[in-house]
Write a protein that binds this ligand. Structure first.
Ligand code: HEC
Length: 123
């Protein structure tokens, strides 16, 4: 009986672990597709709107702030200009960290985004 319980616990744990690692895999793992040696990872040195930041806003903000989002009247995300022209974006994500509401950014996503803002938000 005891053995059965511990097997059950182990199985539950394995399922949870699998679910979590699957979730991790869905994180943004950006690459620059046109590197001389095939795809190269996006780093704080080569980060742009096109290779990283745009996709981040699309996946982490668009559901609420996109053209069909419920919060578009507070901040409308509809491309690079909508980020560039509003200092509240960097502030809410990197300083006060109130956004993305109900979500999180990984450490590397935050680092890349910070670097992108520091570079003056290159396209
Ligand atoms: C689940 C919905 C949701 C998501 C996702 C979301 N927001 Fe918001 N956002 C809100 C709400 C609600 C407010 C109103 C203020 C508040 O409740 O904090 C807001 C307010 C804002 C504001 C204006 C107020 C301020 O904090 O200065 C900005 C800018 C903003 N969000 C940016 C973002 C960015 C950038 C992302 C993605 C990284 C994002 N939001 C993701 C719901 C969301």
């Amino acid at each position: 009986m005891k053995k059965q319980i511990s097997f059950f616990l182990l199985a539950t744990f394995a399922v949870l672990l699998f679910a979590c690692s699957k979730r991790q895999a869905e994180e943004l793992k950006p690459t620059v597709p046109t590197g001389p040696n095939g795809p190269t990872p996006v780093t704080t040195a080569n980060v742009t709107y096109t290779n990283f930041a745009g996709a981040l806003f699309q996946t982490k903000c668009n559901s609420c702030h996109g053209p069909n989002g419920a919060l578009k009247s507070i901040w409308l995300f509809n491309g690079l200009a909508s980020v560039k022209n509003d200092t509240r974006v960097a502030n809410s994500v990197l300083v006060t960290k109130t956004m993305p509401k109900g979500g999180t950014l990984t450490v590397s996503e935050r680092e890349l985004l910070q670097a992108w803002f520091d570079k003056g938000m290159p396209e």
